[in-house]
Design a protein around this ligand. Sequence first.
Ligand SMILES: [Zn+2]
Length: 117
Amino acid sequence: MPELKMSGPFKFTRGECNAKITKISPGNFALGKVHPTKKGFIVQYIGRADSDLNEQIKEHLGDDYTHFKFSYANTAEEAFLKECTNYHEFGGSQKLRNKMHPGKPLKEDIKCPVCFK
Ligand SMILES: [Zn+2]
């Protein structure tokens, strides 16, 4: 089983985002739901922020995810590399709601560590 290596799951509300994501930082997040009986977190969307995780994750508040997990990253590059790994490990666009492969951070000349795009 792939692992996200993130904190959570927490309820995906504006209040919980503000309460849990207190640092202004690049980072990673996963959106989804908690399985009603098995209690496991079901990943439906993988995302990242290059500068402000708390701001970025809240752009998805209108979507129907009930829970989130997150982790901070030191740099946008680090967040991108983790996002790619999570994206591929959790099935890419075939299984996730992500329509496209993660985009690179601006100004960074790096490639996905999994598919080298
Ligand atoms: Zn890739």
